[in-house]
Design a protein around this ligand. Sequence first.
Ligand SMILES: [Fe+2]
Ligand SMILES: [Fe+2]
Length: 272
Amino acid sequence: MLDSITVRRMPFEFDEDIDPVIVPGDPEQSFAMVAGSLLLPHLEPYLIRSMKAAENKIDDPALLEDLKRFSAQEGQHYKMHMKWNATVRRAGFPELARFEAELAQDYERFSRTQSLRWNLAYAEGFEAFTMNAVKLLMEPNGFGEDLSPFMQMVEWHFVEELEHRHVAFDVYEHVSGGYFYRLFVGLYAQWHFTRWIRRVAKYMLKANGDRGASRAPSNVVAGATFEMPTIRDVLPRLLRIYMPGYTPHEVEVSPGMEALAEKYSAMALKRS
Ligand SMILES: [Fe+2]
Ligand SMILES: [Fe+2]
């Protein structure tokens, strides 16, 4: 349910071998999505570390509970993405290891050298960006029927991003707060992770071209009509998160998202 944070353990299984061009005929869009998935097992553990570091600064039991559920959801997300990402590695792209090592070092360094306030502002910069991208991509009713396991994973993940959309904001506000600080660190965060995604997608596109893969435009992902938003699409929506009075508590989500939350709750493994 979108007014609470439900931790779901999902049963998704993926084929051993996949075509990394997951949007048939559209390597550009495919590799942007693949790079996004590759980012998460580095970024989400960093979010969890930052939340963990904030725990003893929180004296509101409800917020502490939200924080724990946020971290539990993110933990499920990155583990599932790791499982899918292994299929990409089997498809080649040897330079990915170098890109990932560089990213892992960045997040390890942020945890070690930056203040808790900075790390929480980064977390909120990511969460606010993601929440807006999710709304743009999925509303009003999600990606459609007959989705591939990959797209189901993305849909489940995105629904949970909507469920916990206020937590990083609340933790930042509770622990330190400050509009301009959140704004500037958030902008840096958005630059940092979107740059990594763009670089990885560009590399994959080149490597894919080098091995002579064909290319023809299409927007079809396993039965769903799907349009990848550009930064230009996301930016006008992002503007609201840069406004001084912004709060994710006032962001409304479509009723169709509620239905998806129930669908994935029913699909989740029963053992808690
Ligand atoms: Fe997540
Ligand atoms: Fe999140």
